[in-house]
Design a protein around this ligand. Structure first.
Ligand code: OGA
Ligand code: MN
Length: 209
């Protein structure tokens, strides 16, 4: 599993890890100062009260189910994004273009949200593709937990041939295939902060959800 773990940004290596193992982990994707700036963005959105309890299912079957996932989310719209958020979106777009070429996926768009998991919450094992659509190709999560330690919980658990637990360390970007990799967020014991998103092969504006 060592090859799936890479420092810095090299789209081809990330693409290889995704193709061969279904997932990739990029440490230091985001520098500490940028992680701090993203925390300020989160604080800003909390002040304006724009985090909402996350639901499951698609737009037609929206339901809030405490048993399945316990996070609060704020969808990111580039139009109203703060500079730190825009900077992150730009990096994701560059990575998406690199992955698109390397994996012949024709990735065209992405969607993402901030997420906060309060202590005691989790996200049960699931796949990121809705049953009725298959436009999500690559899932990604940027972790923003500045002083995460073993015991804090909230690891990303990937169910591959074997189980892989990814520690949600600040600045770390985890990526995995949306269509095949079942995964879960283990119960967190402290507030867990992230940006989670999906690279798509169909622009958002051209599909219902
Ligand atoms: C999700 C999800 C993983 C994580 O939001 O669908 O699986 O590590 N998130 O936050
Ligand atoms: Mn998921």
């Amino acid at each position: 599993m060592q090859e799936a773990h890479t420092n810095g940004l090299n789209a081809e290596r990330v693409a290889d890890a995704l193709a061969n193992q279904g997932f990739a982990v990029i440490d230091h994707f985001t520098r500490p100062a940028e992680v701090q700036a993203l925390h300020k963005a989160i604080a800003h959105h909390r002040e304006e009260d724009s985090f909402r309890k996350a639901g499951i299912g698609n737009a037609h079957l929206f339901q809030v189910d405490k048993e399945v996932r316990g996070d609060y989310i704020k969808w990111i719209s580039p139009k109203e994004a703060l500079p730190a958020t825009l900077n992150f979106l730009q990096r994701i777009e560059e990575l998406m273009d690199g992955l698109s070429k390397a994996l012949f996926l024709s990735l065209k768009d992405y969607e993402c949200h901030f997420a906060i998991y309060p202590p005691g919450t989790f996200y049960e094992k699931h796949l990121d593709q809705f049953k009725s659509t298959n436009n999500r190709k690559i899932s990604f999560a940027l972790y923003l937990n500045q002083s995460w330690r073993p015991g804090d919980g909230g690891e990303l658990r990937l169910h591959l041939d074997e189980i892989v637990d990814v520690e949600p360390l600040a600045g770390r970007l985890a990526l995995f295939r949306s269509d095949t990799v079942e995964h879960e967020v283990l119960t967190t014991n402290s507030n867990r902060y992230s940006i989670t998103g999906w690279m798509r092969d169909r622009p958002l504006g051209l599909s219902l959800y």
